[in-house]
Design a binder for this molecule. Structure first.
Ligand SMILES: [Zn+2]
Length: 414
């Protein structure tokens, strides 16, 4: 008799066309955020769950951004695993640059193209099929499995996972598994946080030929920019096991996030995202405005950075500051049993082991870590994410599905 693990892998192989058809139509079901209307993509998922007779709830605090929750109890005592994926995707800026259509879901040369294919309809498809397959063998499991497919992730909005975490504690669980893009070579146990600040600069202003008559708001902004860059030198004290994991994963971090990324994972970074100043070439600007995106590594809080910013601002009486957004960095145990499970499954399936890392960008997984539920991200490479020609290789897609299905099974049978 085949083992349950062999049976799960056999189902995935038999269902390759079903999986691909679901994934492709999910990409075709446009769900750009902003504006954030995910109704068509939500109907694609609920239609599938209905067809499979998998009971679920739709929780929609915002009518156009519903969330889907499904859960089953094996009937035996055990742990509670939560699968989480988002339904909304980035908008498309320049549709004409896409070789195979921005929303086509088309397969060309073994790759599936379209906005959201990598971030993260591949991973959310893996979560949905993991739920489907494990539901079939629920008598062989211990504990509980919950599926959460959420809207409103791309803008850190309040109507998706944040709403569920605050109002539906039944989705907290004991561990969360998420298929956001990570690259098959890395497994994310944490992510950097962010601190967004707005600076407004005001001066008297003057004729451009009379610079003696007024300070220039634009020149003050330029000086302030140079001073803010010094925030990147703030020393960081991260826990030993986090720093050890990051040191061991330098090569894989750069495979997953690009050359140069390993150096900035444990550092504060500063991006001057918006600069506005002046209205005419021959006027000394009386107003300038900057929006600054500061990323916080594990081992620092916003308070420490804000104290440094305030020291800088003490030298700039013309500048006022406002905080726009703050998400603290998050991390959980890089040696947790789910990490061991995923590494062993990938080793068996692919012959290499993903290294546990901290990611540069943010995901909903942080919300579980904030309440001390360990949350791990394992998904496809972020190819074309937020840009054009976003795609996922089909081999990688099936690999992510297999890894999620087997890892959820292992976690709920130990
Ligand atoms: Zn995402």
């Amino acid at each position: 008799m085949a083992s349950a693990r062999d049976q799960l892998l056999a189902w995935i192989d038999q269902d390759k066309d079903v999986l691909l058809d679901f994934f492709s139509k999910f990409v075709q079901a446009k769900s750009p955020n902003p504006p954030g209307d995910t109704l068509v993509a939500v109907a694609h998922i609920t239609g599938f769950l209905d067809k499979e007779k998998l009971t679920h709830r739709v929780i929609a605090p915002n009518k156009i951004m519903p969330n889907i929750v499904a859960s089953f109890d094996s009937g035996k005592p055990g742990k509670h695993l939560v699968l989480n994926g988002h339904i909304d995707v980035f908008p498309v800026a320049d549709e004409e640059r896409w070789k195979n259509g921005a929303w086509s879901g088309k397969v060309v040369d073994g790759k599936l193209y379209g906005r959201g294919s990598s971030d993260m309809k591949c991973g959310t498809t893996a979560s949905i099929f993991t739920y489907r397959y494990l539901h079939r063998i629920k008598d062989q499991l211990k504990g509980k499995l919950t599926l959460t497919c959420v809207s409103d992730e791309e803008t850190f909005g309040p109507w998706g996972a944040r709403y569920l975490m605050e109002h539906h504690p039944e989705v907290h669980g004991d561990c969360c598994l998420n298929g956001e893009p990570s690259s098959p070579h890395t497994l994310r146990f944490g992510e950097k946080g962010l601190l967004w600040l707005e600076f407004s600069i005001a001066t008297r202003g003057s004729h451009g030929a009379y610079p003696h008559a007024s300070e220039s708001a634009s020149k003050i902004g330029a000086k302030l920019t140079a001073d803010l860059e010094k925030l990147t030198d703030i020393p960081i004290k991260a826990p030993d096991n986090v720093m050890g994991a990051l040191r061991a994963a330098r090569t894989e971090i750069e495979i997953a996030q690009g050359v140069g990324s390993a150096d900035i994972v444990p550092k504060v970074t500063v991006n001057i995202g918006v600069v506005e100043a002046g209205i005419k070439v021959n006027m000394t600007p009386s107003k300038a405005r900057m929006e600054v995106d500061i990323r916080l590594p594990v081992g620092i809080t916003a308070d420490v950075v804000l104290a440094e910013v305030n020291k800088i601002l003490a030298r700039y009486p013309q500048v006022t500051m406002k905080q726009i957004n703050n998400n603290p960095p998050s991390w959980c145990d890089p040696g947790h049993e789910m990490v061991e499970i995923i590494r062993a499954n990938v080793r068996n399936l692919k012959g290499f082991e993903p290294k546990p890392v901290i990611s540069l960008g943010g995901t909903d997984a942080r919300l579980w870590r904030y309440i001390n539920v360990p949350a791990y991200v394992y998904g496809p490479p972020p190819t074309g994410m937020g840009s054009y020609d976003e795609h996922v290789e089909l081999d990688t897609f099936y690999h992510i599905v297999r890894t999620h299905v087997l890892s959820a099974y292992d976690y709920l049978t130990r």
